[in-house]
Ligand binder design. Structure first.
Ligand SMILES: [Cu+2]
Length: 458
């Protein structure tokens, strides 16, 4: 779409803009709370940095996701090993060292467990025993080598200067260039039977969430979030979905009035769309919508992994400005850009804005007097209070229905499945941070991360 966020506006910018950015960052850190003394994760560094432990016992952090098992450290010396297992995925997993007959119970998303392996002297093979997960990639081998030095039991602590410099380094990477851009507008094909047809293919792709962090993303047309679809009231719409995933799928049109047979809920309103099969979703757009399209099959895995996108019906730029009435006193009277911001917090993509994690998130640019219409979409598993430092937002619609009494808010909580439409008019120049206000969704000891971006007002 023509009014998509400008890519890399800071690249061509002056040092002046960058100093504004830093000022904004400082303001943000101050406003979202002081950061105390923080230690880096135990055993987080490479094993070669660490000193031998007198006890000979090594704790290995094991992270489970769809569908991978990661160790830290990945090489340990012979001796006693304890796995500190964290299920960071969105599905149930367990961890089993089958040859040693040691296993955790099934762990829910977010759960932790300790697994004491006892003494090990050779490599340890582990898998997830949930059916299908091992073959999807959840198998790994912990190297046991006498050359490895055991991690120290002392927790390394960053100096204040180290913390400051790491935080500054992250901000300097923003906006980081990554491969893949989600939510690009997809032009429909006009068919001879009078439909606006959108062709979507669901497929697992390599997706770069932030620089160098490439995960298995479940994408529509190779994009996370999926392409943006637009239609007018009165249009006949066809979404032709081809399944090239490794498992069945279906697609729900969330917040859009459709005939029951098009509701996308297998096995109730249709059969599953098996791998290799195609299904046509057809309906006439009878009313405006800030709609979602997303998987409705194994959805707690498929959606957080990427299978979600936006379908906007109607002219929201005009209707929201009309709903605002005369309340946007500093506005030039029109919506200058319309932005869809898809929030996610789970699966292979994790905490992200439009499929990217800071510093790879896209910044937005505005001129004083301009208004940006933002449609927040929550496709994740938890609520996110989205906070823009400036300007204050006028909340005009919820779930595609105009509010009778629009209200101003600088922090707007977006629960899973909700869409909130907010008008922001730029009043003051500067680089204004824009982030989720659950602090662990925006900050780490080594700098800002995840659900953070910026609005650059000039
Ligand atoms: Cu959040």
């Amino acid at each position: 779409m023509s009014d998509k966020p400008t890519k890399n506006p800071l690249i061509a910018s002056s040092d002046f803009l960058f100093s504004l950015m830093l000022l904004a960052v400082i303001a943000m850190v101050v406003s979202i709370g002081a950061i105390g003394i923080v230690s880096v994760a135990k055993n987080g560094g490479s094993s070669s940095e660490a000193a031998a432990s007198p006890s000979g016992s090594t704790t290995v952090d094991v992270t489970l996701t769809e569908f991978a098992i990661a160790f830290s450290p990945s090489v340990v010396p012979p001796g006693n090993v304890v796995f500190n297992v964290h299920n960071a995925g969105s599905a149930q997993h367990n961890l089993a060292a089958v040859e040693l007959n040691k296993r955790t119970p099934s762990l829910d998303a977010g759960a932790h467990a300790l697994l004491d392996l006892g003494k090990v002297s050779t490599d340890v093979n582990v898998i997830c025993e949930i059916p299908g997960h091992k073959d999807s990639g959840m198998k790994a081998t912990l190297k046991v080598s006498a050359d490895a030095t055991a991690p120290t039991d002392t927790v390394p602590v960053m100096t204040n200067a180290q913390m400051d410099s790491m935080m500054e380094a992250v901000v300097k990477r923003f906006p980081e260039k990554t491969t893949g851009l989600g939510g690009q507008e997809l032009a429909p094909t006009m068919t001879s039977d009078g439909y606006k047809q959108f062709d979507l293919t669901a497929k697992i792709v390599d997706w770069e969430v932030e620089g160098g962090k490439v995960v298995k993303g479940w994408a529509y047309n190779g994009q996370i979030p999926g392409p943006q679809l637009r239609a007018n009231v009165g249009d006949k719409v066809r979404i032709r979905l081809k399944n090239e995933l490794t498992e069945s799928t279906s697609m729900h049109l969330h917040g859009i009035r459709v005939p029951n047979a098009m509701d996308g809920v297998d096995p109730i309103t249709q059969g599953v769309i098996k791998p290799g099969e195609t299904f046509d979703y057809e309906f006439t757009a009878t009313e405006p919508a800030v709609g979602m399209y997303h998987s409705h099959h194994n959805a707690q895995v498929q959606i957080p992994n990427g299978l979600a996108g936006s379908l906007l019906i109607g002219d929201w730029k005009t209707s929201t400005m009309k709903a605002a009435g005369n309340r946007l006193t500093d506005s030039n009277g029109k919506v200058d850009q319309e932005v869809v911001m898809v929030l996610n917090d789970a699966g292979t993509i994790g905490l992200s804005l439009n499929g990217k994690s800071f510093p790879a998130t896209a910044p937005y640019t505005m001129k004083i007097g301009e208004t940006m219409l933002v449609h927040y979409y929550n496709e994740g598993l938890m609520s996110h209070p989205m906070h823009m430092h400036q300007p204050t937002g006028l909340v005009v619609a919820r779930d595609g229905v105009m509010l009778e009494n629009p209200f101003f808010a600088d922090t707007i909580s977006v629960a899973p499945g909700e869409r909130w439409s907010v008008l922001y008019t730029a009043k003051d120049a500067g680089v204004w941070a824009w982030h989720c206000h659950i602090l662990t969704h925006a900050e780490t000891p080594t700098g800002m991360k995840y659900m953070v971006t910026a609005v650059i007002v000039s």
